[in-house]
Design a protein around this ligand. Structure first.
Ligand code: PMP
Ligand code: GLN
Length: 380
């Protein structure tokens, strides 16, 4: 069958993780943390499984989790939401799909910023949307304002904004967000704000939700992920926060995507959001140190790391090593020969991708980072 989905390849994360497993490589590719999982939140899940309930929760999520998400929003970002403006989803991936299916009509244009997370374009296209792609400028991933303004037009319905951004670690600043807000108002468009890395910013760069800017409260659907907040990516609990009129069509899409999410997982996440504030507050310092450890090690080996101020990904230019081949070759090669896996950054571009960057995840133990660096050092 010919379709948007038959035409796309298997997601790079699955591909590289399978390859890593096959070769027994240290997997710094797919973004999942190791050694950072908070035991009390996991214990809470064990208790919730024993206590139940185990039947379908309401499609909007259990009330304690909706309340906990709203309280978390107000504690950290002062977005001023209440629990009726929160919908629980099965991971941010489902939240993004529900937002796009809920908001886009065939022919609507969607402005996206490249490099971009790999689920956006297939879902936009399956919803009948027409992507307008604006590219950040490497190596510092600056926002080309004129190109962004030019991508907006009378058919623009939605802008996808990922900050802190995967894979490039960009954290949009107040000035850039104000520019974006003015474009949204001018074109009467909405924003789907993928803020799954909301707590992971470094170097005193604050995370600023677009929703918190003047005039943006009713235009933004803000997506979060417990998997990212608690370093428990396999749990797949996420949410959408949006004003009632914006949330309503998104909820209609969600009811036919997954309808609901495992109640014990929801209960444990609700507990974590209320009680694990210290964990959230301490994670950035831990991860900034890991980023520096990895960046320094890669630089010593001869790669050229790019700046990273957020998320848990660091990209590096491998051309100084003299490697002949593109980024897919490089990532396959180091998996097979050095026993270290990374993700080719070209996977986050639609066309004419730069092909000389590899993305490494640094949300790992110091030992895993050191072992990976040792393997690369011995190989190159
Ligand atoms: N958006 C971005 C930018 C991500 O990096 C990820 C996870 N890799 C997701 C969404 C999906 O999050 P979840 O695992 O909660 O579905
Ligand atoms: N978001 C993760 C990453 O960028 C992976 C998610 C996935 O495997 N689909 O690595």
């Amino acid at each position: 069958a010919n379709s948007v989905f038959s035409a796309c390849g298997t997601t790079i994360f699955e591909t590289m993780s399978r390859l890593a497993q096959h070769h027994g490589a240290i997997n710094l590719g797919q973004g999942f943390p190791e050694g950072l999982e908070p035991p009390p939140v996991i214990e809470r899940l064990a208790q919730a499984v024993i206590d139940g309930p185990h039947q379908y929760p309401s499609m909007m999520g259990i009330v304690p989790l909706r309340q906990a998400v709203a309280a978390h929003e107000n504690r950290f970002w002062a977005t001023g939401v209440d629990e009726t403006e929160v919908m629980v989803t099965s991971g941010a991936t489902e939240a993004l799909a529900a937002c796009l299916f809920g908001l886009i009509e065939p022919g609507d244009e969607v402005v996206v910023i490249e490099p971009l997370y790999d689920s956006y374009l297939p879902i936009i296209r399956r919803a009948g949307g027409v992507p307008r792609i604006v590219r950040l400028q490497a190596p510092d991933w600056s926002l080309p304002r004129q190109a962004l303004a030019d991508a907006f037009g009378p058919k623009t319905k939605v802008l996808m904004l990922n900050s802190p951004a995967n894979p490039c670690g960009k954290v949009f600043d107040a000035d850039e967000l104000a520019f974006i807000a003015q474009l949204l108002e001018h074109h009467d468009a909405y924003a789907v704000c993928d803020e799954v890395y909301e707590h992971l910013t470094y170097d005193d760069r604050p995370h600023i939700p677009l929703m918190s800017l003047p005039g943006m409260r009713g235009r933004c659907a803000k997506v979060g992920s417990a998997g990212k907040i608690f370093s428990l990516t396999g749990w797949k609990v996420g949410w959408v926060v949006a004003a009632p009129t914006l949330l309503a069509p998104i909820a209609k899409a969600h009811q036919f995507l997954t309808f609901t999410t495992a109640p014990a997982l929801q209960a444990a996440v609700a507990w974590g959001l209320e009680h694990a504030g210290a964990y959230m507050a301490n994670l950035p310092a831990t991860l900034a140190a890991r980023r520096d450890r990895l960046a320094q090690g890669l630089a010593e080996i001869g790669l050229a790391p790019l700046p990273c101020h957020g998320s848990y990904f660091l990209s590096a230019d491998f051309r100084p090593l003299g490697f002949k081949g593109d980024d897919r070759d490089f990532c396959t090669h180091i998996t097979e020969r050095a026993g270290v896996t990374a993700i080719p950054v070209s996977a986050f571009f639609e066309t004419d991708a730069p092909k000389h960057y590899a993305r490494f995840c640094f949300a790992k133990t110091d030992q895993a980072i050191d072992e990976a660096l040792g393997r690369l050092r011995r190989y190159f």
